[in-house]
Design a protein around this ligand. Structure first.
Ligand code: L14
Length: 337
């Protein structure tokens, strides 16, 4: 079997670490691997498949001979290094928001629009975490019943905002019980025992960039510019796992039974829905898993053809690393590398 030279940029971050784990777990055909990061992290030791590696500082030469590079080092690093990697013949799968809305960059969720990888020109964008888990669950319904409108509120884990946000939640919690106050370093407010209705920065419309990503990326991935999305993105004191309250309005009538059947058959979706026995997904139990979990499926009381549900996914896995590795697997499957 053919195997590939792989690089990970941003390997020391929360998503980079998960990318490494998922490559191992899924036994991606790796011929060689290199771990790249900023000067600051260069020299750190990393273990992959029982072997020790040293993190290298990213440079132009580092991409020589690399078939696939997985990027998760933030938008600025992606803007700087993706064109360099592409000029060396590397295919970049980029987890930042830098290229997602570029018309010549496919934005791919393998359960939804796998064929879009075929028109890549060197860069394939990995969508935003909240968007990925939502479209995995909604696309199977959209295909049959045409979704006209989506109203969504997210409950997003701190790990989406990186290592410093994770330590904010830890340190604030400890400080709280010791009667001290810990000043948040990454998030705009105290997050322990709190919720914050802001993820990423605000724009002049009053929406945050995270919310605008949910609007625009959903349309691009589902190939439907007419879908209306009303998002509110909220940070909650959870370490891993984003949850979403989602209400949809469909063009064709849909029953709860039909929705459950569509979702039970859907790739990458697990229906956990037995309210009488307190069965519905919760982030602590979804963390560490690769599927998207759906529960609380019910007829919506406020829309004519309305359906409401609760969608939970591991933001570091399906929301980032797993989706990126699945894109790499598509490149192999379609013989594109
Ligand atoms: O656009 O702070 O992929 O939780 C997703 C996670 C932006 C930040 C993206 C967070 C990011 C977000």
């Amino acid at each position: 079997m053919k195997s590939y030279n792989v690089a990970i940029l941003g390997v020391t971050g929360a998503v980079g670490q998960t990318m490494m784990k998922v490559l191992e777990e899924r036994d991606f055909p790796v011929n060689s691997i290199k771990f790249l990061a900023s000067e600051r992290s260069a020299g750190k030791e990393i273990e992959f498949k029982g072997e020790r590696f040293k993190v290298e500082a990213v440079s132009e030469e580092a991409f020589e001979g690399v078939d696939i590079a997985l990027f998760s080092a933030g938008g600025d690093r992606s803007k700087k290094w993706a064109p360099v990697a592409v000029s060396k013949g590397t295919v970049v799968i980029d987890n930042s928001s830098a290229f997602r809305m570029e018309p010549d960059v496919p934005l791919v969720v393998p359960e939804v629009n796998p064929e879009d990888v075929k028109w890549h020109r060197g860069i394939i964008a990995n969508p935003n975490c909240s968007t990925i888990q939502m479209v995995v669950a909604l696309h199977p319904i959209h295909k049959v019943k045409r979704i006209k409108r989506i109203v969504v509120a997210t409950y997003q884990a701190v790990s989406g905002a990186g290592a410093t946000a994770i330590s904010d939640l830890e340190n604030e919690t400890k400080a709280f019980f010791e009667g001290r106050y810990y000043t948040p370093q990454a998030l705009p407010h105290h997050i322990a025992f709190n919720v914050i209705p802001r993820i990423d920065s605000f724009d002049e419309s009053g929406y945050t960039k995270e919310e605008l990503k949910m609007i625009n990326e959903t349309r691009k991935i589902m190939h439907d510019p007419d879908i209306k999305v009303s998002p509110t993105c909220v940070r909650v004191p959870v370490f891993v796992g984003h949850s979403e309250v989602v209400t949809i309005e469909t063009g064709l009538p849909i029953t709860v039974q039909e929705a459950k059947e569509l979702l039970t058959k859907a790739p990458g979706v697990i229906v956990e829905d037995d309210p009488a026995n307190n069965v519905y997904p919760v982030p602590i139990e979804v963390a560490g898993k690769d599927d998207v979990f759906v529960g609380r499926i019910r007829k919506d009381a406020g829309f004519e053809n309305g359906l409401s549900m609760w969608i939970v996914g591991d933001n570091l896995r399906k929301g980032a690393a797993t989706n990126a590795i699945q894109i790499a697997e598509l490149l192999v499957k379609y013989n594109l590398i």
